[in-house]
Each structure stands twice: as structure tokens, then as C-alpha cells.
Design a protein around this ligand. Structure first.
Ligand SMILES: [Zn+2]
Length: 213
């Protein structure tokens, strides 16, 4: 009887509390949610999976976001909105290039991983960088268990990832709202912005050349 009592000493209770608290902190999920890991085999680099969205690496103020985004981009990226199927931008882009986060410019997806899923949303089988492009977050809203995809830098909501993508590739389908991304063609990348003309250098009043990319 005494032994049982000693098991629940204040010290062990504090320890148990510490352990359970540490489990609540958002962290990459591994073994317990392996069902979400798709075809990423052992040893391969994986897109991190979290139980709650991690702290973003890049932050913007509310004013900055309102200025930089259209109302639709704001609704989708900041309020976890979903654009109506078939209505968003970037759905039919087939040109070689990169799709970047509309909020922070982080490189997310490439055209070579884009495929026609017939869902009405741009779909990709892979990300540009497994360590930086996106993170995955377990999403149990709306009575479903899904995996949300957010920007790996600013935490913008992008869409969800499912395990019914092309088997000959990764088997994953990143189902992404087109309004979360800006597309820039490969041609643009190969021709970086030229340096300012001689006479403009050192002149702070001369506005810098503006590009859409
Ligand atoms: Zn971002």
C-alpha cells in the first residue's frame, strides 16, 4: 500500500505533468501519423508534419498584408479560405517555371510537378524544397481528418495534400488554391533584372525598375 502511494509522490507527478505538457507543444509528427507520410520512404527527406501550425519564420503586420494582397488573396491565405473550383488563377499554367507564395515570395512548386487532377485547383505531386517550401499541419476541421499545407516561411494557408496523386511520381496530390501563388516563367529567371543604367546609379530619387516577378 505504501509502495503504491510512493509511486504518486509529488515529484513523479511533476515529472508526469512535464512530459504531458511537452507532448502538447507543436512538433513534427513521425511514427504516430505515418499514414500521412505518403511515399516518402525511410531515409528520404520529408516535408515536416505538425499537429499545430509552427511559428512562421517571416511575419507581416496586418497593414502590410492588407496592402500587399487582394481581398481574395487575403481571405484564402490568412483566413484559410478556399477559392471556388475552377475559378482561381494559375490553374491552366503549363509553361515551365516556379510558383511562389503570394505573401512572402517563398518558392513552393514547379511546373514539372504540376498535373491535371480535374479538381478545379492547381495540383502538384511535389514541392520545390522539402525543408523550406511548405509544412504540413494535421487539420481536423469540418469533421474531416486532412493535412493542411501552409507556406514554410510565412505560414500562409495554401491548400491540402492528399495521397491520391500520380503513382508514377510521389503518389501525393498537393491541392493548392491558385490565388496563393504567383507564377514566374523559367525565361524570366534566366534573364535576371539588368543593373540600373550608369546615370541612375547613386540617384536615390530614381525609382527602381518594377517587375511583376
Ligand atoms: Zn509565404
Amino acid at each position: 500500500m505504501l509502495r503504491k502511494f510512493r509511486f504518486f509522490s509529488p515529484r513523479s507527478l511533476v515529472l508526469a505533468l512535464r512530459v504531458s505538457t511537452s507532448l502538447l507543444v507543436c512538433r513534427p509528427v513521425s511514427a504516430s501519423t505515418a499514414v500521412f507520410m505518403g511515399n516518402s520512404g525511410p531515409g528520404k527527406e520529408k516535408v515536416p508534419l505538425y499537429t499545430a501550425a509552427p511559428e512562421p519564420k517571416v511575419k507581416f503586420t496586418e497593414d502590410e498584408l492588407r496592402q500587399k494582397l487582394t481581398p481574395e488573396e487575403y481571405r484564402v491565405t490568412q483566413q484559410k479560405g478556399t477559392e471556388r473550383a475552377g475559378t482561381g488563377p494559375n490553374l491552366n499554367v503549363k509553361e515551365d517555371g516556379v510558383f511562389s507564395c503570394v505573401v512572402c515570395g517563398n518558392r513552393l512548386f514547379e511546373t514539372e510537378d504540376k498535373f491535371d487532377s480535374s479538381t478545379g485547383w492547381p495540383s502538384f505531386s511535389d514541392v520545390v524544397s522539402k525543408s523550406n517550401s511548405v509544412v504540413r499541419v494535421v487539420d481536423e476541421s469540418h469533421g474531416m481528418r486532412r493535412v493542411e499545407v501552409i507556406c514554410g516561411q510565412c505560414g500562409a494557408h495554401l491548400g491540402h495534400v492528399f495521397e491520391d496523386g500520380p503513382r508514377e511520381k510521389t503518389g501525393q496530390r498537393y491541392c493548392i488554391n491558385g490565388s496563393c501563388m504567383r507564377f514566374s516563367g523559367k525565361a524570366g529567371e534566366e534573364n535576371p533584372e539588368p543593373p540600373p543604367p550608369e546615370e541612375a546609379r547613386g540617384d536615390a530619387e530614381t525609382p527602381a525598375a518594377k517587375t511583376d516577378n
